[in-house]
Design a protein around this ligand. Sequence first.
Ligand code: HEM
Length: 202
Amino acid sequence: MKNVHPLLVRITHWVNALAILVMVLSGWKIYNASPLFDFMFPDALTLGGWLAGALQWHFAAMWVLVLNGLIYLAYGLWSGHLWRRMFPISPAAIARDIFDALRGRLAHDDLSVYNAAQKAAYLAVIALAIGLVLSGLAIWKPVQLYALASLMGDYEGARLLHFFCMTGLVFIVLVHVAMVVLVPKTFLTMITGKLPKENPYG
Ligand code: HEM
């Protein structure tokens, strides 16, 4: 049977999904303690109980995300997985695949090959996660990491960047999970690594 997703990609994917969930929910609690905009996140969608608790969750998950992300990126670059799965990609192919997906005509028969819309979404979440970690570091240590913070418009700019990276990431992940619900065989494959057996004689 064809191995669609390497073991390391599967492990880092699920650890990453959990870390992102904890980071987003605890991040919303931290945001509520000093909102940037005229709204707050519902308490039921936050984690940590209170500001100090949420900060503890946020930092703990941050180390998991950073270490796990470095393992995924190092493996992806070293093994060629990232180049093979995410490239080639072009704006025209992304536009075509998004258009086809909206009309319900996007085929995803070979699960080892991502369509251009998927490639764009995965590259975007990787970039947004890197943006989140860097802007988070700038907010955490704005004095020690002055050079990094000043690239983002200092503390306030880094806070805004952190918020917008979170918004983009949450939006893409919601679409990502909706696509998995529409093509459920991809879910099992991301756990077992193998294609579900459709034809016992095949
Ligand atoms: C409960 C939440 C999630 C579910 C159910 C889920 C499910 C999946 C599935 C089934 C695939 C394989 C898609 C396919 O074969 O067509 C996949 C790939 C991927 N997912 Fe998720 N995912 C979740 C959360 C996330 C999160 C939070 C992120 C990042 C922030 C993420 C990033 C990715 C990436 C980058 C890939 C491509 C991995 C590679 O081949 O290197 N996912 N996901």
